[in-house]
Design a protein around this ligand. Structure first.
Ligand code: ASP
Length: 441
């Protein structure tokens, strides 16, 4: 059994967080490979080390003294070193690193140091070997990772050292220069390492006990999703749920390695497992049917009417969609009736051009009437258990109806894992709350 673990910034924010990480790693001997982020915020007013590093770079670039920011960075690592009783001379390592930095130093090098310093300390703390990411994570010049080369190097290092700590977020270009992933990229490093080493599980340790069924700003203390498929995750994150982006874990997805989202501050919570599919069903899943609910506000609907439209409907729809394409307005849904159809789109995408668009559509000879409704929210009710089950949509509509919430649009995708309803913005929070209450027993 091999577990690859990635710890995010909040799990490494100070020495007491480092201590939690150590306890987690030591509680299971299969936790052999550890990827670390740079220390994150200790509280909401605090700074992430990576943000401070980007700030250092900006200061240097504009010729402004950066000693103040640098000493904040040094103080954070120094506190961790002392708090954990470590000997790695992190203060001098930081001094030496920045002594050699000038206007020509690439921003990626500076940004990557947060993970580097973190990993140096964590390796000593755990008694694991420090393996620098530049020694295995190989980028091409176009920013793509060379999977074959990176896998070979990582496997070699893992075989040599057994238990390793490696920094997330960066790797090396063919000439040895450092290249970073987009922000939050340590998740990608973790997924790559888990995939290359054929791990049994990729544990992604953060500060929440997994993915929640619904936005906690709307429903107090919602339940955690025990298991979610990538397709469900995609539907939920598309509709605004802030969860791990499924692109970041693509390397483990294609090798069917389960991802387990865990909470460093509540290590006994089982968290959420993400997989391509599950062969069995847990009792709570079959009882509940739905996996999660997510939604977004601020959509508009343009409805087009033409009496006895018949066969011309397709042509008219094409023409209207061409107008939308010209205005670069993304189309979310196209609910349709016998003599009408509607187009649902994000209100923000129309900018200040709504009157212009309505004017253009109303000049179509083949249209009797067109109307614009603003202030609509879309709510997605997502669940793999919903597919081919009778009565789910009935329950959704009954719940909304009993609570006097008017449904403006309805859509169900063909694989039946998602039912989407449109309600007025003012009903949004209440609709999510009553749906959650009726499903999440
Ligand atoms: N430290 C980097 C960031 O703040 C990468 C990461 O934490 O994943 O974006």
């Amino acid at each position: 059994m091999l577990k690859v673990l990635k710890f995010g910034g909040s799990s490494l924010a100070d020495s007491s967080q480092f201590a939690k990480v150590k306890e987690i790693v030591e509680s299971d001997s299969s936790r052999e490979v550890v990827i670390v982020s740079a220390p994150g915020k200790r509280n909401s007013d605090d700074n992430k080390i990576t943000d401070l590093l980007y700030l250092v770079h900006a200061h240097i670039r504009y010729g402004v003294a950066h000693d103040g920011v640098l000493s904040m960075i040094k103080k954070r690592y120094s506190e961790i070193r002392k708090g954990c009783g470590l000997e790695t001379a992190i203060e001098s390592i930081i001094d030496e690193t920045f002594a050699g930095v000038d206007k020509k130093t690439p921003v990626d090098f500076i940004a990557s140091r947060g993970e580097y310093f973190s990993a140096r300390l964590m390796a000593e703390y755990l008694g694991y070997e420090f393996v620098d990411a530049v020694d295995w994570l190989c980028f091409e010049y176009n920013g793509k990772v060379n999977a074959e080369k990176s896998e070979e190097k990582l496997r070699e290092l893992k075989n040599k050292y057994g238990r390793i700590v490696t920094p997330g977020f960066y790797g090396a270009l063919p000439n040895g220069d450092i290249r970073v992933f987009p922000r939050g990229g340590s998740d990608i490093t973790g997924a790559l390492a888990a995939a290359y080493l054929g791990a049994d599980v990729y544990e992604n340790w953060t500060d929440v006990s997994g993915i929640l069924m619904v936005d906690p700003r709307i429903v107090e203390n919602p339940k955690t999703i025990a298991r979610v498929t990538y397709d469900e995750l995609r539907e939920l994150s598309y509709m605004g749920a802030s969860v791990l982006h499924e692109d970041t874990v693509f390397p483990v997805r294609i090798r069917d390695i389960p991802v387990n989202i865990r909470n460093t501050n509540a290590p006994d919570d089982p968290g959420t497992i993400i997989r391509e599919h599950f062969d069995d069903e847990l009792e709570e899943e079959t009882e509940r049917f739905i996996t999660g609910i997510a939604g977004k506000r601020n959509f508009s609907i343009i409805s087009i009417y033409k009496s006895r439209i018949g066969e011309e409907k397709l042509g008219l729809l094409r023409q209207v969609l061409e107008v939308f394409a010209r205005y670069e307005i993304p189309v979310e849904q196209i609910p349709s009736g016998v003599d009408s159809f509607s187009i649902v789109f994000p209100s923000g995408s129309i900018g200040g051009r709504k009157h212009e668009l309505m004017q253009e559509l109303s000049e179509f000879e083949s249209i009797d009437n067109c109307t614009l409704t603003e202030g609509v929210s879309l709510i997605a009710i997502v669940g793999r258990q919903m597919a081919y089950r009778i009565g789910i949509s009935g329950k959704i509509f009954r719940t909304l109806g009993e609570n006097k919430i008017n449904i403006r649009t309805i859509e169900q995708c063909a694989d039946e894992i998602n039912i989407m309803v449109g309600v007025y913005d003012e009903d949004f929070d209440r609709a999510i709350r009553v749906l959650y209450e009726s499903f999440a027993k």
